[in-house]
Design a protein around this ligand. Structure first.
Ligand code: ATP
Ligand code: MG
Length: 473
């Protein structure tokens, strides 16, 4: 197996890696780094926790040390927390260089960010929305000479999900030089391969791990089949069992909405579990603070939406619980990938209701792994069922009495304003669309009813015909 020196890294970088316990390159590093050092564009698809970050950070630092200037490299990533994590890797590995990096993400002070950008940092790590805002609003910095553009979690940046980055990416691409190296990494690149190839200008080097499965072998993947109404009781029982057995384990619980995240946090606190939450309706400073407390094991349980599903590297996480079965296999892969990283073991447990069984089949097909049942003592769950459901209801009432929904509305309006849209006009447009949709639905129903009636009519006529034939006979 190759070592870092033979891949083309200088001694100071090899030493720096050693200090962090990075001694031998992982497969994605061994395969992608030489191509990047040769100046090629690169698409790297490797499983969660396999060291993709170092696979791009190390060659960038190597090249930067040969010709240091700012702004040398731009890294784009879908979430703010991930931007901070990547910047930290650059900072730690690039310390001997006196590396200056700058983080440009939403929810933080824009003026100080603008000052930092104008000071020509070597590396800028950004979420697309905020960087595009800076580009639109100021001309105090230039990215026309960057050598590297990196898209970490590249498929998420290009897909049109609930946060659509395409407009912001267009703005950013507009100020980047055509002559650059483009590096794209993710654990799930394959769906968006064609779009990604078009972003990488030159014929890119493409590397994908050859493994049959799409999740890591060290991950024990389980499910619990539960009726929807009993789901929370199963979860409380499960957390109780896990924390009783392993008091040093950290757990991430993923759920589908900010509101659910908030309610589950309140509810689990009622049962005295050490929980803290992370979702996009929280103030950014609170988000960072909560994540820091979870990383430092001050709180052992993090309840999060998919804002925490990608990229976060927290070695203490032993268990991932999916409070809802993810609708897409890709989301499942990233969520469960928060544990069993860098060769460590981990467990994922997905709560599956009667409505989710088909989703599990799709996940199993795509990941090429069979989920095993997690044994649960049903009697113990039924014992706490009433108490848990009452606690949930009380938390829901408590939350309704706060202005949580109102805040969500305000947030939505803010987002629209930031996108340059008029919230009232958008609301009108939405209502009109809704009206057209419901008219279409009614129309469809009417036609179906008519067709049905016609069919019935024909059926009724048929026996009459027969009777008629009989009569003439
Ligand atoms: N060569 C190596 N040897 C040992 N550990 C490594 C090596 N390279 C990276 N690591 C460590 O592995 C962990 C996971 O790395 P990283 O976060 O880069 O994974 P990833 O592939 O980006 O995962 P994800 O798809 O979830 O983003 C980190 O803690 C990192 O320090
Ligand atoms: Mg990563």
């Amino acid at each position: 197996m190759a070592d870092f020196s033979s891949l083309g890294l200088s001694d100071w970088l090899v030493q720096q890696c050693k200090q962090l316990g990075i001694n031998k390159p992982t497969a994605v590093q061994e395969n992608c780094m030489p191509a990047i050092l040769q100046g090629r564009d690169c698409l790297g698809c490797a499983k969660t926790g396999s060291g993709k970050t170092a696979a791009f950070v190390l060659p960038v630092l190597q090249k930067l040390s040969e010709e240091p200037y700012g702004i040398f490299c731009l890294v784009l990533t879908p979430t703010r927390e991930l931007a901070y994590q990547i910047a930290e890797q650059f900072r730690v590995l690039g310390k001997p260089l006196g590396l200056r990096e700058c983080i440009i993400v939403g929810g933080m002070d824009m003026v100080s960010q603008a000052v930092e950008l104008s000071n020509q940092p070597h590396v800028v790590v950004a979420t697309p929305g905020r960087l595009a805002d800076h580009i639109r609003s100021s001309n105090t910095f230039s990215m026309s000479k960057i050598q590297f553009l990196i898209l970490d979690e590249a498929d998420r940046l290009l897909e049109q999900g609930c946060t659509d980055f395409t407009k912001d990416l267009e703005v950013i691409m507009g100020i980047l030089p055509a002559k650059r190296q483009t590096l794209l990494f993710s654990a799930t690149l394959t769906d968006t391969l064609q779009e990604l190839k078009s972003i990488a200008m030159n014929e890119p080097f493409f590397w994908e791990s050859t493994s049959e499965t799409r999740t890591v072998e060290e991950l024990d993947q389980r499910y619990i089949l539960t009726p929807e109404k009993v789901k929370d009781a199963y979860m409380v029982h499960l957390i109780q069992t896990l924390t009783d057995q392993h008091d040093d384990w950290s757990i991430i619980i993923f759920t589908n909405t900010c509101k659910n995240c908030q309610i589950l946090t309140m509810m689990l606190r009622e049962f005295n579990f050490p929980v803290i939450s992370l979702h996009s309706m929280m103030k950014q400073k609170q988000r960072f603070a909560n994540l820091a407390k979870f990383k430092a094991s001050v709180y052992k349980i993090l309840i999060a939406t998919d804002v925490a599903a990608r990229g976060l590297d927290i070695p203490t996480v032993q268990v991932v619980i999916n409070h809802n079965t993810p609708g897409l296999p890709k989301i499942y892969i990233h969520r469960v990938g928060r544990t069993a990283r860098a060769g460590r073991n981990g467990v994922s447990i997905t709560l599956v209701t009667q409505y989710d069984i088909h989703l599990v089949h799709v996940i199993e097909q795509q990941t090429k792994t069979k989920l095993k049942e997690y044994p649960v003592e049903e009697k113990a769950v039924l014992k706490i069922l009433t108490q848990v459901n009452m606690a949930r209801r009380q938390c829901e009432i408590k939350l309704e009495s706060t202005d949580f929904d109102e805040k969500r509305e305000i947030n939505k309006r803010k987002q629209l304003i930031l996108q340059g849209k008029d919230p009232d006009l958008e609301a009108k447009r939405k209502a009109e669309l809704e009206k057209i949709r419901s008219q279409k639905k009614k129309f469809k129903q009417k036609i179906q009813e008519q067709v049905q009636r016609q069919k019935c009519g024909q059926l009724k006529k048929k026996p009459m015909k027969r009777q008629h034939v009989k009569a003439t006979e």
